[in-house]
Ligand binder design. Structure first.
Ligand code: ADP
Length: 574
């Protein structure tokens, strides 16, 4: 009888393990292992043909397995690298080894949608019964790359900022320092070192009290406040005494900013210090000037107010004088009127002989007509028609004498000035009726040369007549010594001078006016005549002035004088 060989415990255990492994193999095949790894795995043969891809390849590149199996690996590379890769792959096949790519240099793969991404590639040669293969693991590092790039950009910016900060500190025209929370200097620029009069390096690690004892109390409280509140404090003014002989007060303005860590904890305080001594001095002198200016303005205002009061008083005073002047003018005009009247009366008085003669003539005629009537009636053969004829003649002569008297009465009247619209030609005809009496009496011819269609003037008729009468009487007087028959001639002429004025002139053949008299004839009481009063021309001038005209004279080339005056024409309305 043969004995059955005994199975040891060790053999049992071994058999169990093999069984377990088989059961495990049944449940988990190689493909599911490949799909469970995080990297994309691609198996290619010696010619670069893809023979296997795991699930991650699909996810990463966007291709289905069918689209990749049997195709060349280059399809997963950007077009730019595909050609070169064929050679590189061949080199690798000649000398296969485990290799990592994309670590020191950037390596790019291309997705189905043509987008590219950075990746790291692992190459592992694999020999199987079916031939030589290469296992490629593709690890997408685009996110990591992005982070790395952002990090290096941040680092670059940080470096830049640090360099900038350093240069700001060194070149800043204002003092800058950095204090820790114990109020010791961590940093101090040259400008602040200069302000404090202590080298920048000697500030480091020292306290405010050691560097600026004069203002340490004030500064410390400001720093503490910034540290406590975490808020900046700006424009704090402080003054220190200059270290030099001047002992001048130097004024500074400073700003304090808390320096916080990322989590908001105060790490220190940065401050900017600027000297404002000059600005302060300028402000103070500006204030002084402003005060001075205000004082000047106040003084000036006072002066002006006083001047104003003075001016007001003066104005009141002047108004009074004005008013008084008006009264005086009214009085003067009244006197002028009276004087003009007197002169008229005097002139007419001078003409009395001629006038008496003029009235005598009709009176004599009346007398003779009356006598003739009486004789006719006494004859007993009185014819009523004849008597009526004689009576009519008497009446005519009486009218003639009456008209002379009425003209005289008008001229003799004393009345106030009465400006009216005057037709100057008819006015002259009227006045020459009286003047003619005097002219005739002196064997003198009175000639009128009146321009037709003259515009009217505004004036006082009697005063204008008086002027003309005066000039005619003077002309007759001037020719008193002429003896030749027909030589005595007075021409009264009117003409339009221009748009605004008419001119009336009286010309004689007299001896003219001597140089001696020339400047005086218009003066009151200047006369060269024995019985003259010297008021005629003076009153003529004041009458013509009051009418807005001018009176003057000229010596005639052929001898004699022409007196002329102008009067403004009536303004046409509408
Ligand atoms: P009166 O006739 O009383 O002398 P006027 O004032 O009228 O006063 O004249 C002043 C003077 O002007 C006259 O005395 C005379 O010397 C001079 N005069 C005036 N008109 C003429 C004239 N036509 N020719 C020469 N002298 C004249």
């Amino acid at each position: 009888m043969g004995t059955k060989p005994q199975i040891t415990n060790l053999e049992h255990a071994k058999a169990d393990s093999i069984c377990q492994r088989r059961r495990f193999d049944d449940r988990v095949n190689i493909n599911s292992i490949m799909d469970s790894v995080t990297d994309a795995i691609i198996l290619i043969d010696q010619d670069g043909v893809i023979s296997f891809v795991n699930q991650q390849v699909k996810d990463l590149f966007g291709y289905e397995q069918d689209e990749l199996i049997g195709r060349k690996i280059e399809m997963l590379l950007p077009e730019l690298f595909q050609h070169r890769h064929v050679d590189q792959r061949k080199d690798y096949s000649a000398n296969p080894s485990i290799r990592q790519m994309g670590i020191s240099t950037d390596f790019f793969a291309c997705r189905k949608d043509s987008t590219e991404f950075s990746c790291e590639i692992g190459l592992n040669p694999l020999e199987t019964a079916d031939g030589k293969f290469v296992v490629c693991t593709v690890h997408d590092i685009s996110k990591r790359k992005y982070c790395e790039d952002a990090l290096s950009e941040n680092e670059r910016k940080l470096n830049e900022q640090y360099t900038e900060l350093k240069s700001i500190y060194s070149t800043s025209p204002v003092g800058m320092c950095l204090m820790d929370t114990d109020l010791r200097f961590l940093k101090c620029n040259e400008k602040l070192a200069k302000i404090n009069g202590i080298p920048a390096a000697d500030h480091i690690g020292r306290t405010l009290r050691e560097i600026v004892p004069e203002i340490a109390d004030k500064m410390e409280s400001v720093y503490h406040k910034v540290i406590e509140t975490g808020e900046p404090i700006i424009d704090v003014e402080a003054s220190i005494t200059a270290g030099d002989d001047s002992h001048k007060k130097r004024v500074f303005s400073a700003c304090y900013y808390p320096i916080k860590s990322v989590d908001g904890v105060i790490q220190g305080v940065s401050s900017i210090v600027q000297e404002i001594t000059q600005r302060k001095e300028a402000e103070e002198s500006l204030q002084r000037l402003h005060k001075q200016l205000e004082m000047r303005v106040q003084e000036r205002t006072k002066e002006l107010t006083e001047a104003n009061v003075k001016l007001r008083n003066e104005i009141t005073e002047r108004k009074k004088i004005g008013e008084e002047l008006h009264i005086a003018e009214d009085e003067a005009s009244m006197h002028r009127e009276r004087l003009a009247h007197l002169i008229r009366v005097q002139t007419l008085g001078e003409m009395a002989t001629g006038i008496a003669h003029e009235i005598n003539q009709p009176l004599a005629a009346i007398e003779s007509y009356a006598q003739a009537s009486q004789m006719h009636l006494q004859s007993g053969k009185a014819n009523p028609d004849k008597v009526e004829e004689l009576l009519e003649k008497i009446s005519g002569q009486a009218k003639r004498a009456g008209s002379v008297v009425s003209r005289l009465r008008t001229m003799m009247q004393h009345r106030t000035v009465n400006p009216v619209v005057v037709d100057i030609n008819s006015l002259l005809s009227e006045v020459t009726n009286i003047a003619e009496i005097d002219a005739r009496h002196h064997d003198c011819r009175l000639i009128l040369k009146l321009s037709s269609s003259l515009p009217n003037v505004i004036g006082d008729e009697i005063q204008i007549q008086q002027v003309v009468l005066n000039l005619i009487c003077n002309a007759i007087d001037a020719m008193a010594d002429l003896t030749d028959e027909g030589e005595k001639e007075v021409i009264v002429e009117t003409k339009r001078k221009d748009d605004k004025e008419i001119e009336i002139s009286v010309t004689d053949n007299g001896p003219g006016i001597s140089e001696l008299d020339a400047g005086n004839i218009f003066e009151a009481f200047y006369t060269t005549k024995d019985s003259g009063m010297g008021m005629g021309l003076s009153i003529c001038r004041s009458i013509i002035d009051a009418h807005g005209g001018e009176i003057s004279y000229s010596q005639n080339k052929a001898g004699g004088t022409t007196f002329y005056f102008t009067l403004p024409v009536e303004k046409q309305t509408g």
